[in-house]
Ligand binder design. Structure first.
Ligand code: PRP
Ligand code: MN
Ligand code: MG
Length: 185
């Protein structure tokens, strides 16, 4: 029980289930990239909690880097026009790159990232996402390493925010409507 828990209508995925899934995904990555030195790319800011747990579940000499991107104008999930706020520090040419994200919603973020990073000619490029909301998809995205499929609810915790808050909640939960002013998306 955390002090944020009373704001939740329900805990959708308890911390213990997330941690078990992270171990499973880490083992799959460890197997698939055996003998390589993959570069895990966390997408700011939602991806950082998952990345920090996942990297410790990968038993390989991996590296990490970060990107921050933003949609132009209003309607972050509808415009599909994206710009890079912070680029990678590393040159990924010839590298095995694994993008680490908290959630795939419309798919626009990852679709843009895929195109942008493939243009830099990595040896391979795959996606690891903890959550997916298939019902919200606008563009198809191939997620090689996936944690959980979730319904179209406003989920927070484990990196996912509402107005910047709740990212440090260890569980993934659904906010009570009164917490976000009763407004539906
Ligand atoms: C959220 C989430 C994903 C993206 C998914 O990030 O963390 O990165 O949206 O949405 P999409 O599939 O519709 O593109 P957000 O832009 O809220 O930034 P944040 O990670 O800093 O919270
Ligand atoms: Mn994000
Ligand atoms: Mg957000």
């Amino acid at each position: 029980m955390t002090s944020m828990e009373p704001d939740l209508r329900e805990v959708m995925i308890p911390s213990a289930d997330i941690q078990a899934k992270v171990r499973e995904l880490g083992e799959a990555v460890t197997r698939d990239y055996a003998g390589e030195r993959p570069l895990l790319v966390g997408i700011l800011r939602g991806g950082v909690v998952f990345l920090s747990d996942l990297m410790r579940a990968v038993d390989l000499p991996c590296e990490i880097d970060f990107m921050d991107i933003s949609s132009y104008g209003a309607g972050t999930s509808s415009s599909g026009v994206v710009r890079i706020l912070k680029d990678l520090e590393e040159d990924i040419t010839g590298r095995h790159v694994l993008i680490v994200e908290d959630i795939v919603d419309t798919g626009l973020t990852l679709s843009y990232l895929n195109r942008a990073l493939l243009a830099r000619k990595p040896a391979s490029l795959e996606i690891c996402a903890l959550l997916t909301k298939p019902s919200r998809r606008k563009v198809p995205i191939e997620v090689k390493y996936l944690g959980f499929e979730v319904p179209d609810e406003f989920v927070v915790g484990y990196g996912l925010d509402y107005a910047g808050a709740y990212r440090n909640l260890p569980d993934i939960g659904v906010l009570k409507p009164e917490v976000f002013g009763g407004a539906e998306e």
